[in-house]
Design a protein around this ligand. Sequence first.
Ligand code: ZN
Ligand code: ZN
Length: 253
Amino acid sequence: MENNKYKLTADYHTHTIYSKNNHGKGTIRQNVEQAIRLGIKEIYITDHGPGHPLYGISRKKLPQIRTEIDKLKEEYKDKINIVLGVEANIVDYNGKYDIRDEDLKYFDKINLGYHSGVWFKNIKSFFIYHILNRIAKYNKKIKDYCIKVNTDAVIKIIKEKNINLITHPGDKVKVDILRLARVCEEYDVIMEINNHHTHLNVQEIKEAMKTGVKFSVGSDAHKPEDVGVVDRAIQRIEEANLDIDRVINLEHR
Ligand SMILES: [Zn+2]
Ligand SMILES: [Zn+2]
């Protein structure tokens, strides 16, 4: 990472060709080798969860991906720690994600986020996500309702599953950042300042800072050359005056 002040120690959010339909451009090896070139000590491979019909990882490929990761882990064990994660999707407003119990053995870590285009599990959830959230800006009651249920769904998953990190909180649909941050703090879940998307934004970082929650920066790279690129996220951190010691994968140089 070309930043004179801070050093990125880990990238917890990168995509590969296993995010299908050409959504992710590079191989796992290419992401790993790029991270090594940049001196990053840990990389997570986090393709989209299988509930996303366009970009989601194919369940059938999970054993192959696990084997590929384990081989690279061995090959590069002196240089970098490689972690197989996933960017799971929230798939309904009762608090479900798109990871089945039998998938869990393949993943070391589960990141979680809202994504458009997922198969919502029931009509009501589809309606809230796609219709109510769209019209929320025109009506305060609808807006308040959407923020409440968007937040409730994430919190329910955090409480019931083993979630590592919330990707781009506030992107796609609005959430109550302060309430989410309190729960993330309690359950030791990281809140991501995403470089590829604009959330957490400066205002949201300031909200979350009122709690003791931990933050990370994530490249959300969809091609190898973007691995470790977090300059826009750092800009927001500085604007929000967030203490860099609270960002778990940044160090002072
Ligand atoms: Zn995402
Ligand atoms: Zn992503």
